[in-house]
Design a binder for this molecule. Sequence first.
Ligand SMILES: [Zn+2]
Length: 315
Amino acid sequence: MLTRRSLLKNGVAAIAASALPLVTSSMARAAGPDLAKHPLIDAHSHIWSPDTDKWPLEKGQTKADLAPPSFTPEELFAVAHPVGVGRVVLIQHHIYHGWNNTYLTDSAAAHPGAFSVVGMIDDQQPHADTKMDALLKKHVRGFRITPFIYKDKWLSSDGMSLMWKHAAKTGQSMCCLIDAEHLEEVGAMCAKHPQTRVVIDHFARIGEDREVRDADVAKLCALAKHKHTYVKISAYYALGKKKPPYLDLVPMIRKVFDAYGPERTMWASDAPYQIQGENTYQASIDLVKEKLDFLTAGDREWLLRKTAEKVFFSA
Ligand SMILES: [Zn+2]
């Protein structure tokens, strides 16, 4: 039953929302990023809020499952700004938030210009294309797809075909969280949808079981023949020896760089996972900034800013 008090409360909320259409009800709107001071782009981080009443967790997850317990935009900026990173691509985290992209889109609205979003849509549900259009208006420039939800059916639904087809029109990217064994099926989709932009996360996780196999790296490099494919060189804490300064990953990075070129390769942290124990945000970016001696200054510009800008931030 509506009481006078609840009517009053809702009325005030409605007035506040209409007066400030760009402000989400839950966050104050911050100033844009200072691109002169923080010109670089991190192409992959997660964020989550301890306010699980406002941004509910996926069924089965509780606040105690959040590790770290909080990683908000402010906590992300606290590690990113000191190394010159002012813009970040936020990646939907299915474990915590399922198909609900609201925390990321609210954060993008609250920090204009600082974030682009890679969301998730359930391809087994109808109308994936209209959902993509609606999310595009909320800075969602790509969609995370992965075999870890629908297993061997992950690329075969009508909804998935529709997403790849529609993405070629909207300029949104299909962003694959996969292992090397899935690279060939991604290549088959690229052949069917040659205009669709595809971004491979974390070198297709080659080396996650500690061994970087040449055959896997060759498969990743072979995908480069599709000209709209990109690779994130990221998640060093999880690959190979998993220890800074990550020099054991340099031969793989070199091969990927040679196959894709600077304009299709982008650095990313995978924070907050990259920030634990001796693995740090700074150690991650330092590998690309300082340790890869085959890069020119111009190459570094692409890896640390221009490639991600083209894919996730340009109009
Ligand atoms: Zn990640």
